[in-house]
Design a protein around this ligand. Structure first.
Ligand code: PLP
Length: 367
């Protein structure tokens, strides 16, 4: 069977076992004689799948009792608006740490809702690092502090999270949720579009501390956490197929041994590729500073644009998919989410070495 070595940034690789299980159950889910897409979202069969997905997330991330898990639509991008609409009040400010394009977008939307402030940023240094925790000073009127835990485009990742005391910490974890153990109790809200580490696009996970769900009837129903919470995320028709696939990915994550085991493998995967960069005598250059390197998105450049083009072309011919950097910054990027196997990362590292040698040889010949 042909199976790509898929380094796409999102939508991204899904575990083969999940796809195979979905295929096996495709025509007859839960012995219903229907596919999952044909079930009523009010049926017992679907409700079981829906609740199983939510419970699996609670189990895997050890989510405390005083948090709720919501499954919403609109992508992580809609959360950029929903969060300030729900928890940013008059007389308060939303504090932001800017670490890349996604935090900029989150800030842009929050500004439309209320007052905001940037309390730390690495923008002037091309977002090559995560600001030091001691450099983050919250405003007294902060309603919350927003961070992006993994910067999908620049390839940086928070290794420790700031202590915010009573101010809720809000994190966009779209590209690293479930990739390692986190202490959920440190956060007010965690949100993530599913299409990087959790499943297909179409579903967004929101983990929210219950006291942040307030009953403000002026917020449109579909944008109101309280409405979704009261209805167990079944206020309107949910993306049933996406939720089903999410539940399968979570079952798979449990079978892998849970987040700690997954984090271990992710560390090995990242090391293999960063080693290829570090051992290349400067031929490959990592974008992120070493202590801010992401275990999910490895970003790097080659000596010239021409070399990059050639690299991407040959990589494609060799069966690697999705290695071009984001259109906004160029370069190369290998996204190595949970579902990307270690062997694909080893293949990529080998390919990088081989390419470097052959490129140098061609260059030497041309001189
Ligand atoms: C992909 C991504 C988003 C956007 O997600 P959508 O579901 O497309 O809205 C937001 N934040 C981060 C960190 C991402 O990686």
């Amino acid at each position: 069977m042909k199976r790509a070595r898929n380094f796409n940034a999102g939508p991204a690789a899904l575990p083969l076992e999940v796809l195979q299980r979905a295929q096996n159950e495709w025509l007859n889910i839960e012995d219903s004689g229907m596919s999952v897409m044909e079930l009523s979202h009010r049926s017992a069969e679907f409700e079981k799948i829906h609740n199983h997905a939510i419970q699996s997330l609670k189990d895997l991330l050890e989510i405390p009792e005083n948090y709720e898990v919501l499954l919403l639509q609109g992508g992580a991008s809609l959360q950029f608006s929903m969060i300030p609409m729900n928890i940013l009040n008059e007389g308060q400010r939303a504090d932001f740490v800017l670490t890349g394009s996604w935090s900029e977008k989150a800030l842009k939307e929050a500004k439309k809702v209320g007052n905001t402030a940037v309390v730390a940023s690495s923008k002037d240094e091309k977002y090559t690092f995560i600001p030091k925790l001691e450099d983050i000073k919250l405003n007294e009127d902060a309603a919350y502090l927003h961070i992006t835990s993994n910067n999908t485009i620049y390839g940086t990742q928070w290794k420790h999270f700031p202590e915010t005391n009573n101010v809720p910490l809000v994190a966009d974890m779209s590209s690293d949720i479930l990739s390692k153990k986190i202490d959920v109790s440190k956060f007010g809200i965690i949100y993530a579009g599913a299409q990087k580490n959790l499943g297909p696009s179409g579903i967004t996970v929101v983990i929210i501390r219950k006291d942040l769900i307030t009953n403000n009837e002026n917020i449109p129903s579909m944008l109101n956490y309280s409405i979704h919470s009261k209805n167990n995320s079944l206020y309107n028709t949910p993306p049933t197929l996406a939720i089903y696939l999410l539940s399968l990915v979570l079952d798979w994550a449990k079978e892998q041994g849970g987040v700690e085991k997954i984090a271990e493998v992710n560390g090995e995967k990242a090391k293999v590729i960063y080693d290829a960069i570090d051992n290349s005598n400067g031929f490959y250059k990592g974008h992120a500073l070493p202590d801010s390197r992401s275990h999910m998105n490895v970003t790097f450049t080659l000596p010239t644009e021409e070399a990059e083009k050639q690299f991407l072309k040959e990589a494609k011919q060799a069966g690697f998919v999705g290695l071009n950097g984001h259109r906004s910054i160029g370069g190369c990027r290998a996204s190595i989410y949970n579902a990307v196997p270690l062997s694909h990362c080893q293949d990529l590292a080998d390919f990088m070495k081989t390419f470097q040698e052959s490129y140098k040889a061609t260059e030497a010949q041309a001189l």
